[in-house]
Design a protein around this ligand. Structure first.
Ligand code: T4K
Length: 447
C-alpha cells in the first residue's frame, strides 16, 4: 500500500478525491487460516451435524472455558441473546443497574424482558460503572447489576462484587469487549455470577455471529443450557421456559479457527495501537484510551478522546472530515443508551444524572484496526488526522463561508505560504514506500 499524503486543498471535505478509494471500516473481521476453516466446514458437512450441541460447539466451549479459567461455558448464537438468557437464568426482575455508556444491547436485553435498566454514570477515567453511584442507585426494586468491561478494560470488579454481596444483588458482566483480557492477573470471564462474551463478526475473535456465557456456578450453567435449548431436558421433555439460543457448528468452526490465530490477532492489534499512538503523539486535545501493560489486553479498540476546546474542533467535525476521506471512524457509544428509545421517552431527564456519560459520548472516537489494516494505512489515516487538526481554523473558515476550494486555497497561499504545508514532512520521511500487505482500502495518491 502507498502512503497517502494530502494537502489541505485536496481534502475530500472540500471536494477532493477521498484518501481511500474504499471505505476503511472499524470492525473489519479478522479471519484465521482459511484452509483450516474449510477443512472443518467440510468435516461438518460430511457429518451432517450442523447444530444442536455438535462436536465443534462442544470443543469451542471447552477452549473458551479453559481460556477464561472457568468451569462452564455455554456457547450462544450471539451475545445479546446470551445476555437475555443469563438475565433470566439469574432471576433478575424489577430494576437492574447498568451503564448507559454501552452498546444498546446491554440495556435492551433487560427491557426486552420488561426489566427496567437503571442507568448509572461511569468513571470518566475508566469509562466503566462508577461503584459509588451504583450504590446510590440501589432501590428496593433493584435485583442486580450489569457491569460492562468497556474496551476490554475491567470494571472495578472488587467493589462491585462487594456491593452485590452487601445488598444481595446478582452481578453479571457484559464482557463483549473483553475476551482474552485479564484483571489483577485473573481472566475476565471469571467474575461475578456470570459473564457474557461476544463473538460477533466485528469482535477480534469471531464466530460470524456468536456469544458465550461463562460461569463457575454449576446450577446456573445447567439452567442456561436448558434455556438456550427451549427448556428441553431430553426427548419430549421440557422442564423450563426456554428459547433458541444455540450456536451452530459452522460458527463454532470459525471460532476454533480464529482461536488458533488469537496471539497473532492480539499482536497485530497491539502493533496498530502503538503505531497510532506514536503517529498522533503531541497533538494537543487527543488522548488515547490506554491499556494496562501489566494485564492481558486484546487491544481490539483504538479509542481517542477528543477535547474539542484544546483541539480546536469538535469530535463530530473530525468525524465528518474522516468520513469524507472514507475513514469510517465510529462514535462508539454515541449518544448513550439513555438518549435512545424507549429510554429517551421514558426518562427524558436521565442525562442530568449522567454527566460523565454525556461528556464521553460526545468526545470518543474509534479508529480502524485489526488484521485488515496495514502500517501504511495507519500512517495515511494519521496523516489525514494531523492535517485536519493542524489546519482546523482554516477548515472551519472554509466550511463556514462555503467558499470554493480553489478560491480559498488561492487566498490562503497569498497570505501565508506556510499554510500549504502538508504536515507529511516530519511524519513520512519515505512517503512513496510501497508495501505488499493487503489492505482492502486502496489509496489514490502518493506524495
Ligand atoms: N454488549 C456490548 C458492550 C457490545 O459492544 C455488543 C456488541 C453487545 C453487547 C452485543 O453483542 P452481539 O449480540 O452483537 O454479539 C457493532 C456490532 O454489530 C456489535 O456486535 C458490537 N457490539 C458493536 C460495538 O459494533 P454496529 O451497529 O456498529 O455494527 P455495524 O454493522 O455498523 O458494523 C460495524 C462495522 O464493521 C461496519 O461499518 C462494517 C464492518 N463490518 C461489519 C460486519 C458485520 C465488516 O467489515 N464486516 C462484517 O461482516 O455494531
Amino acid at each position: 500500500m502507498t502512503v497517502v499524503c494530502k494537502t489541505l486543498d485536496d481534502m475530500a471535505i472540500f471536494g477532493g478525491t477521498p484518501a481511500f478509494a474504499e471505505k476503511l471500516h472499524v470492525g473489519r473481521p479478522n479471519l484465521g487460516r482459511r484452509d483450516r476453516l474449510l477443512e472443518r466446514i467440510n468435516d461438518i458437512l460430511d457429518r451432517r451435524w450442523l447444530t444442536n450441541d455438535g462436536i465443534y460447539v462442544q470443543e469451542f466451549e471447552r477452549r473458551v472455558a479453559q481460556m477464561a479459567g472457568v468451569r462452564h461455558c455455554i456457547a450462544i448464537c450471539n451475545a445479546t441473546v446470551a445476555l437475555e438468557i443469563a438475565i433470566r437464568a439469574l432471576g433478575l426482575k424489577g430494576q437492574v443497574i447498568v451503564p448507559s455508556f454501552t452498546f444498546i444491547a446491554t440495556a435492551h436485553a433487560l427491557q426486552w424482558q420488561e426489566i427496567t435498566p437503571v442507568f448509572c454514570d461511569i468513571d470518566p477515567e475508566t469509562h466503566n460503572l462508577d461503584p459509588a453511584m451504583v450504590e446510590r442507585s440501589i432501590t428496593p426494586q433493584t435485583t442486580g447489576i450489569i457491569g460492562v468491561h468497556m474496551w476490554g478494560r475491567a470494571c472495578d470488579v472488587d467493589r462491585l462484587e462487594g456491593i452485590a454481596r452487601q445488598y444481595k444483588l446478582k452481578l453479571l458482566f457484559d464482557a463483549a469487549h473483553a475476551f482474552a483480557c485479564s484483571h489483577n492477573g485473573r481472566m475476565i470471564g471469571s467474575f461475578g455470577d456470570a459473564e457474557v462474551y461476544s463473538f460477533h463478526a466485528t469482535k477480534f475473535v469471531n464466530t460470524l455471529e456468536g456469544g458465550a456465557i461463562v460461569t463457575n456456578d454449576a446450577d446456573l450453567a445447567a439452567k442456561i443450557r436448558l434455556m438456550k435449548n427451549f427448556g428441553f431436558a431430553g426427548y419430549d421433555n421440557v422442564i423450563y421456559i426456554g428459547t433458541n439460543g444455540k450456536m451452530n457448528e459452522v460458527s463454532a468452526a470459525v471460532g476454533l479457527t480464529a482461536l488458533e490465530s488469537l496471539n497473532e490477532f492480539i499482536a497485530v492489534n497491539r502493533r496498530n495501537y502503538e503505531q497510532y499512538r506514536r503517529a498522533l503523539a503531541g497533538l494537543d486535545g487527543i488522548e488515547f484510551v490506554t491499556y494496562d501493560a501489566a494485564q492481558k489486553s486484546n487491544y481490539q479498540y483504538v479509542v481517542l478522546r477528543i477535547d474539542s476546546g484544546r483541539l480546536g474542533m469538535s469530535r463530530d467535525e473530525l468525524v465528518r472530515i474522516l468520513h469524507a476521506e472514507n475513514i469510517m471512524a465510529r462514535r462508539y457509544f454515541y449518544p448513550g443508551c439513555h438518549r435512545m428509545e424507549p429510554y429517551r421517552s421514558s426518562d427524558p431527564q436521565a442525562g442530568l444524572r449522567l454527566p460523565h456519560t454525556e461528556a464521553l459520548a460526545q468526545s470518543v472516537l474509534s479508529l480502524p484496526t485489526g488484521t485488515c489494516i496495514d502500517p501504511d494505512t495507519i500512517q495515511s489515516v494519521c496523516h489525514v488526522l494531523r492535517l485536519a487538526v493542524t489546519h482546523h481554523r482554516e477548515i472551519r473558515r472554509r466550511l463556514e463561508t462555503g467558499r470554493s476550494n480553489r478560491q480559498a486555497a488561492d487566498e490562503m497561499a497569498l497570505r501565508t505560504p506556510d499554510a500549504r504545508s502538508t504536515g507529511c514532512e516530519s511524519q513520512h520521511p519515505h512517503p512513496s514506500r510501497i508495501t505488499t500487505s493487503g489492505s482492502s482500502a486502496r489509496p489514490l495518491r502518493a506524495a
